[in-house]
Ligand binder design. Sequence first.
Ligand code: DC
Length: 227
Amino acid sequence: MPNNSIQIAIDGPSGSGKSTIAKALAAKTSFVYMDSGALYRAAGLYITQNNIDPTNEAALMSMVQNVKLDLKYIDGQQRVLLNGEDVTTKARTAEAGAVASSIVGVSLILRKWIVDISRELSVGKNIIMDGRDIGTVIFPNADLKIYLDASAKVRAKRRVAELVALGHEADYNDIFAQISQRDYRDKNREISPLKKATDAVVIDTSRLYKNKVLKRILELMKERGLV
Ligand code: DC
């Protein structure tokens, strides 16, 4: 399907600042921000709630045929809907993230399902999408690809602050261990592993303030005539 809209891909490991930067970028431009991780997390939540064995292909086929995943925007904020229920907050927990990370690396059925949904939901929109495989798989021809990175320590501190702000309890050492495991899984899985696209611009956010990262990306967008 021809797609004349502009696509910005932002990839990187958990906690590298992807969503913060992508949201702020969308607010400064007229682009729609899409957090693809929310779809994987909602799928992870459904699997946990329904005790589905992620190695049972028949159960997964039935899931992808019967479950409806959708995104909607309220006051510019993305909400993820699982069979019509808004599960945005439930899906943000570390547990839902860990389940999402462990299942998407083993199931081609789930991966294809969510890749198709991500593309369908973005058709006709100028979009900033963040995730792990946006520049490599979802939008291989994206107009701009950014790979955000940061040290595991910095990312763990950020995740703790984010969870506390959402009213969840969070222990730094636990989160650091979870982030390290998640990095390993995301980078070493067979299906769509997290890796930099060869044409991505790498920005390390460990010591860079949000505004500097934003400024750099906006400069790149201007250089390419995207804003
Ligand atoms: O970005 P996040 O932490 O909310 O994503 C949760 C998990 O979903 C992450 O560990 C890996 C997976 N994911 C993915 O495989 N591909 C994406 N495009 C986005 C997320």
